[in-house]
Each structure stands twice: as C-alpha cells, then as structure tokens.
Design a protein around this ligand. Structure first.
Ligand code: ADP
Ligand code: MG
Ligand code: MG
Length: 882
C-alpha cells in the first residue's frame, strides 16, 4: 500500500481530494503545493497507518520505515539540508491532521525536530546566529519532553520564569545566546532528573518517537471529548505530516501568524488576522502572548498600538494577500490560514475552511454567491440550520439600564446572562442542574471546550481572537475577551474584579459578544432584527424547497412570531393550552369534573366565548393561511385540582361540597393518564366537547371571514385516533354542528383530519384515510407509544442509555428509525386510498433538521415546529430538497 505522500516544490503526490487518507491538513498542504504557493516541503503518512498503529498495540508497522526514509531523502533534495547532517541540518515539524472537520489544537505537534547537541552547533554556524539556534533547541526539548516523554510543560516554564526573574528579564526576546545555552542545560537536567534518561540524541529515535506520539494523540482525552461533541467517529484516525521547518523566530524580520480571508465574526470581506514578531506558531495559537494586527485598518480600529504586518513587512504582506485571494477562489470558501515569515520570506503552513459565527456565515454565503464564487444553491447548503438558532435569539435592549463593568473585545456575537463559574467542569455540572452559566477563564485551553459548550457565554481575560479556544468557541455562543483594564480573575478565590466591583461565583452577569461588554446582573433583551443577508438567504431557500413550513402556535403571540419568521400557517394549535390562561382553568375544571351531561354543557357554554375569541385572533393573524386546530387532547390529570385551596375553589364555583368533589376526582383518576381517556377517546365519550369546539371554530371563521373578506381555512384535527370508527363519530358531530345555523355556508371549506400518533393508526392508515382529509404525525406520542416509553420519565435513564450505546440520540429530539418506518407505512397506506392526502408532522421533531430531511424523503406535505424554529425548518427543508 502507499502510505507516504510527498509534497513540495510545486508538486505533490496527493491533493485536496485525499482528505480521508491525508487528513485535512495534509491534503491541503499537497493542494497548496500543487497550485504553486510557497509550502515548505514534506510528506504525509496516511490515516491507514493510524489504524495499523492501534491494531498493533500502539506500535508502528515495520514496512513504514523504508517509505519514510525514501520520503526524507526526497525532502532533503529540495533544501540541500539533510536529516542528521551536522553542517546542514534538516529540521522538521511532526504534525497531526484529522479528516475534515478539523480538530483544531486537540492533537499534538512537535516542532524543531532534528536538533541534538551537535546539530544545534551546526545550525548556529550555518545561520551565524547562536541565539536563534539555542532558542530553537530549548523549544524543541520542552515540546518533545511534553508531547513524547510525557513531562509537564509547566516544569519547563518554571525554570524559564525563575531564570528570567533572577536576571531581570521581562520578555523572551531579551534573552541572549548564552542565556538560552544555560536554559538548554537546565532543561536537559530536568529530563534526566525526572525520567532518569538522557534527552534523546539520536535523530531517528526523535523522529519515530514523535510520529508515534502524534498518532497516539488521536486517543488523548481532549481529542476524544472533542469527537464526542462533534460526532466524529473514533475509527477515522489522524494522519501525520512531517514537514521542513521554517522559522518565524529568526529575528525581527521573521514572524508567524494566522489569517482569515474574511472576518469570521462579521463576515466582512477584509483580511482578518494576527501575528507575532520573532516567534513560532505555537506562541500564537496557544493564546499566551497578545498578538499584533495584520492590517493597518484593523490596527487602527482594534489594535493595541502595535504596528501591523502590513506596515512592518509590506512585501510579505502583499504576497500573503495574493495567496489569500488565490486560496479563497480555489477552495470557494472562507479560509483560515497559518503562515510564517522567515527572514522576510513568506511560507504557507496550513489552510482550511474557517469556522465562523452564524452572522458571518450568512454574509459570506450571500456575498460569495453575489460575487459569483458559488451558486445560490451552494449558499443555501452552506448554512448549518441548527446554527441559525443563534441569530434568532435575543440581543441586549439598548435602552435598558445597565452597569457596564468593562468593555472588552467582542469575540463571538450574541448576548447572554447567567451565573459566573470559573471552572469548565463546574460549568458542565451546573448546566446539568438546570442553571444558566457564564464561564469566566483567564484564558481558555482545549480542555475547557466541554465547559464552553455547556455555558451560555464565555468570558476570558486574555488570549488572541484566533487562539484555538476562540476558534472553537465561535459558533458556540457569545464570547467576550478582556483587555488591559480587566476584568481581573482570581481563580483561587473564584472572584472576578471589574470596574471596581468584585463578583463572586454564582453572581449573575451579562456579556454582549457583539460589543464586548461585561455587565452586572441581568439585562433585558430584545428580539433579534434579522439582517438583510438573512432575508436574502431565506428567500433563496424558500425558492428551493418543496415542503411547506408551518408553526405550532397556541396563542396570538406565538402566531405572530410564527408569521414574522415566515411560517405558512399553523400546523398545530393545542386548544387545551388556551385553558391554562387566566381563570379559564376553573371553568375547564368544572367541565371535566361535571357529573352529568347537563352540568358539562353548562361549563362548556362558559368556555365557548373565550374559545371563539381565541380562534378569531388566530385566524386574523394567519390571514387566510391554514390553521390546524387540534380538538381537546389533555390527559385529564393535568387539569384536576390537587391542592386543598384549588379543590375548595372549584367546589364552591360548582356548588358542590368538598367531599363530593374529592370523590369525583377519585373516580376520574387514571392509572396511566397518557394512555387513558384522552384524545379521540375523550371526544367520543364526551361529544359535547366536540360540539362546543366545532361551534367556536365555525363562528370564529365566519366572523373573521366577514371582516377580512378572505377565506379562513380551519383544519380540524382529531388526536390519538386508533380506529376509523373513532374518527367517523367525531367527524359526524362536527358536521352536524356545521349544518346547524350559520355553519352551513362553511361546510365546504371544512377539513377534518386525523393525527397519526399511535402505531395502530400507522398500520390502519388506509382505513383512516377514507374518513380523514389530512394526516398529521404526532411524533412525540408516536415515539412514546412505539418505544412504550414515557417522555416525562425518560430523562432518568436516557443519559445512561446513551453512555452505554443503547441509543445514539434522544429519540424525542431526532426521529428514531423505527418510528420513521411506521410513518412511512402510514404515508404509503394513506395515499394508496387518497392519493392527494395532505400529510404533515407536528411533533417536536418538526424543527429538527435531520428529521426534516427524512420528511422530505417520505414525501410529507409540510412540517410544523415551534415559531423560533421556523427559519431553521425553512432552511433544512430547502437543503433536503436539493
Ligand atoms: P494544530 O493542528 O494544532 O494547529 P499544527 O500542525 O498546525 O497544529 O501546528 C501548530 C503550529 O506549529 C502551526 O500553526 C505552525 O505555526 C507551527 N508549525 C507547524 N509546522 C511548521 C513548520 N514546518 N514550520 C514552522 N512552523 C510550523
Ligand atoms: Mg494548525
Ligand atoms: Mg399527541
């Protein structure tokens, strides 16, 4: 097998198409080399070897060695440097690289490999720069010891800090050759003391050690955690790239940095990035030193007074700008690029599709389609529907009173309030206890990723905007980074000091990731104003989708939100929810508890006007769009009074004694209310409920129709149907009511349909379709009844079920396969009888992009979801249709 792929000098064995085998980084290095960008030569060991390494008990296969030797010779030919040559030593980096999606900073890298006590002297002679040679050697020892030998890098940092303090140095560049020679000695001493082993002087041992360690880092804790969070399979494995080193630490004409081809938080088409002078890449991505701005413009807006790369190295900057343009056109997407300038010469070290905020994703997709780089279909496909959610969430009300403690740098847009926590694990814990938290850290490291994910927002006091952790956070929610004036975090005492105020763990703060503000307490938020890019993209999506998108809305407020977000009707109005409001609950209880038909009719008569008014408002708001009204479907226990006070109230208004009422409550109590007398069963046995609701619907339709001069389109839906006969009986009551009085005129417009939410209903869908004019899958109940699992009780063990691999997702969030199969049967049998049968889905799943994809496949007419999810569903439906 071919395991080793060389690249360099305008050529490459692999290309961007080989991501699965070369990893994203290796494949893109090959591609950059092919298109003539300056890439230091090297080779990539394919991901297959990772699998072999693990199968082999964490040992590399012997056959790999000659292949690597050959590739090293090829690589040496480009520069004339040779691995182990004392006069002209070749130094390499050993880099990890998973398939896309990339796992930034989650695995290990070793830089400057190829140095020992002899070659370091060779390097010093060849470059005429001992300071540089020994600075490089100490970096190598520390990194190799950390990554390969497993020594804590903090031990090395302590040595350096002590030395600097003793000699009165502040910054690393102040150290001279002799200082670094001294440090190198101490570092080697540390390795000997801690590990009773001489720091490896054999370059071969170094190389194989590093390659093994990088393969090994595929299974380190943070890489595993990251894969869990992002659904990346464990068996993909990483590739390993060995590449000629270029040096950003060769003095003040050298630098290393990161650049995005467009601004990843706003999407604006301008270079966005940071760099460090006289430094190596790890210094930037580790977020330890505060970097300088790339462009003059960014420097003026956001900078810390330090000069930009554009000003300092105009030639290298111009080349970088060209490379960015070329890469963006070539890959047809925003690129996130790592580069190094060695003695004025530019080198490209990595490029990948850049992570971006949702706002930026929209702008970039729309702009690129307008610029002709991508098509509209591609623009629509590029937006992750789940991410849209973020945009639809509130921002700070600008008129709200607020105490701004400090204004930091905006790192990721959006706003959130929550309790401060100072530890990532604690954030995860608090979230699981139902708290909303803001994670405050001095700087974030990859270990914090899960905690960041669990937090509503992240606050850091330092670290660059392109640090790995910031990259990971982008797309996770709002984030703010402090600068000079604070905030100041004391991790030991778990306090945060800003603007002269000390806050403790658990205190509530608000962060605004769009402006960079840290605010004391909670702040009122405002509904989002959606950008023009958002409307444009949604408009494109609407033109591409087949399914309709409706909303689940029970109240006028819901209905208005639904329309604002582009819903094309109401797919589910849960009438019983209307009765939780105001004092209607009392009349409702009277109705349920009534012992006779007459008493029930009297209670229902009291409910009629309110119910009619509700429908009038919904019809008005929906202005001619379909409104699907589900008849009464409450598990009755939800409405029965429990507490003594409530029982006394109901007894009084019903004119019965408390004892009598309690007896009645006892009679009505069910062992398993979710499977009891609800839905169609209640409507069949208490038909007067149907009479009242049907009448309220008709009267409202007529009245609204008169006023607005447009058709009102009520669709009446019967819940929890298991047999055709149930539907027949309820439908008959509706028809009778429709014929009575004014209802007659609307009979033609009336549609009566069935919810399909029991396995039996799916199987007898053909029979039900003879009576039903439409179907609506109630996937919540269908999931419960297919699994025989109550949603309200599932929380206790679903987590453990996921851990033990029994389920791989929550079936109440994303549709289960078996439930899907039942739906397919229902669609097929229903349409066999009534080919034009309108079929929708109205469970929680209606807003889940994956489920929406399935609904498209089985040919549903529409999906219905909560109002805030409507844009998500519109986009997902378009993507499903493409
Ligand atoms: P990660 O996947 O964690 O970003 P990388 O393999 O990209 O790890 O390495 C981290 C940093 O090391 C890079 O950003 C780059 O600056 C630096 N680096 C890697 N290889 C080289 C090289 N051949 N020459 C100079 N710097 C390098
Ligand atoms: Mg990198
Ligand atoms: Mg239901």
């Amino acid at each position: 097998p071919k395991w080793v792929y060389s690249f360099g000098g305008g050529r490459a064995d692999g290309s961007a198409a080989d991501k699965d085998r070369l990893g994203g980084k290796g494949a893109h290095l090959a591609e950059m080399s092919r298109i003539g960008l300056p890439v230091p030569p090297g080779f990539t060991i394919a991901t297959d070897v990772c699998a072999a390494y693990y199968e082999n008990g964490r040992r590399l296969p012997e056959e790999l060695k000659p292949m690597v030797d050959e590739a090293l010779v090829k690589m040496a030919a480009y520069s004339g440097a040779h691995f182990g040559d004392v006069d002209h030593p070749l130094l390499v980096s050993v880099r990890s690289g998973a398939r896309a999606p990339s796992m930034p900073g989650m695995m290990d890298t070793v830089l400057n490999l190829g140095l020992n006590d002899e070659t370091v002297e060779g390097l010093a002679r060849r470059t005429g720069d001992r300071r540089f040679a020994y600075d490089t050697y100490r970096r190598f020892i520390q990194m190799y010891a950390d990554v390969v030998l497993g020594l804590d890098h903090g031990l090395f940092e302590d040595i350096l800090e002590n030395y600097k303090a003793l000699k009165g140095f502040e910054l690393d560049p102040e150290l001279q050759a002799d200082d670094w020679i001294e440090i190198v000695g101490r570092y080697k001493g540390l390795v000997e003391k801690e590990l009773t082993l001489r720091f490896p002087q054999s370059l071969r041992d170094q190389l194989w050690g590093a390659i093994s360690a990088v393969f090994g880092s595929w299974q380190n804790a943070r890489a595993i955690a990251y894969r869990r969070l992002h659904d990346i399979p464990d068996d993909w494995g990483t590739a390993v790239t060995v590449q000629t080193m270029v040096f950003g630490n060769k003095g003040d004409n050298s630098a290393t940095g990161v650049v995005f081809t467009r601004n990843p938080s706003t999407g604006v088409n301008e270079l966005f990035g940071e760099f460090l002078l006289n430094a190596q890449g790890e210094d930037v991505v580790a977020g330890l030193r505060t970097p300088q701005p790339l462009t003059e413009r960014a420097g003026a807006v956001n900078g810390n007074g330090k000069p930009s790369l554009e000003a300092l190295m105009p030639d290298a900057f111009a080349k970088l700008k060209d490379a960015c343009a070329k890469l963006e056109r070539h890959f047809r997407d925003l690129q996130d690029i790592e580069f190094t300038v060695e003695a004025g010469e530019l080198f490209m070290l990595q490029t990948r599709a850049g992570k971006r905020s949702t706002q930026a994703a929209l702008k970039i997709a729309v702009d690129m389609a307008d610029e002709g780089i991508i098509t509209k279909e591609e623009a629509v496909e590029r937006i992750n529907p789940a991410q849209l959610d973020q945009l639809l969430h509130p921002t700070l009300d600008p008129n709200a009173d607020m105490t701004v403690l400090v204004k930091g740098l905006p790192a990721s847009p959006g706003a959130a309030s929550g309790e401060i926590v100072f530890d990532a694990d604690e954030a995860v814990h608090m979230k699981s206890q139902g708290h909303t938290v803001i994670l405050a850290r001095i700087e974030t490291s990859p270990e914090d990723v899960q905690g960041m994910h669990a937090s509503a927002g992240v606050l850091t006091t330092r670290g660059g905007m392109t640090s790995h952790a910031a990259v990971v956070a982008r797309g996770d929610g709002p984030s703010v980074r402090g600068r000079g004036r604070g905030p100041h975090i004391d991790l030991e005492h778990e306090t945060l000091e800003a603007g002269g105020i000390v806050l403790h763990k658990g205190d509530v703060v608000t962060i605004d990731g769009s402006s960079g503000k840290l605010i004391k307490g909670r702040v009122t938020m405002r509904q989002p104003e959606l950008s023009e890019d958002f409307s444009t993209l949604m408009h494109w999506a609407d033109g591409l989708r087949r399914m309709e998108v409706r909303a689940n809305a029970d109240t006028p407020a819901d209905a208005r939100h639904a329309r604002d977000f582009g819903a094309e009707g109401i797919g589910l109005c849960r009438t019983e929810h209307m009765f939780f409001q105001d004092n209607r609950i009392v009349a409702m209880r009277e109705m349920i508890l009534a012992e006779t038909k007459e008493a029930r009719r009297a209670a229902l008569a009291d409910l009629l006007p309110a119910q009619r008014q509700d429908f009038i408002e919904l019809f008005e708001i929906m202005a001619g769009l379909p409104v699907t009204i589900r008849l009464f479907d409450p598990p009755l226990h939800e409405f029965l009074p429990n507490e003594e006070d409530a029982i006394a109230d109901v007894a009084e208004s019903m004119g019965v004694s408390i004892a009598q009422l309690k007896r009645r409550i006892g009679v009505l109590r069910e062992f398993n209310p979710m499977l009891g007398q609800r839905g169609a069963r209640l409507l069949v046995t208490y038909p007067e409920i149907v009479d009242m609701q049907a009448r309220a619907i008709f009267e409202a339709a007529i009245e609204t129709g008169k006023e607005l001069h447009h058709r009102v389109r009520p669709e009446i839906m019967v819940p929890l149907v298991a047999t055709k006969r149930e539907l027949d009986l309820v439908k008959e009551r509706i028809t009778v009511t429709a014929r009575a009085g004014e209802g007659t005129r609307d009979e033609r417009r009336l549609e009566v349909g069935s919810m399909i939410e029991l396995p039996r209903a799916c199987l007898v869908a053909g029979e039900i379709a003879e009576a039903a004019e439409f179907f609506s899958f109630g996937t919540n109940d269908l999931t419960q009844t297919t699994f025989g699992l109550s949603r309200d009780d599932a929380g206790r063990f679903l987590g453990e079920y996921a851990d033990k691999g029994i389920i791989n997702h929550d079936p109440f969030m994303t549709l289960d396969n078996a439930v899907g199969e039942l739906m397919e049967i229902g669609v097929e049998r229903g349409r066999a009888v009534r080919p034009d049968l309108k079929i929708g889905v109205c469970g929680e799943h209606g807003g889940d992009p994956e489920t929406i994809g399935f609904c498209e496949q089985i040919g549903l007419t529409y999906v219905s979801c909560s109002p805030y999810r409507v844009p998500v569903a519109r986009l997902a439906a378009a993507q499903a249709a493409l």
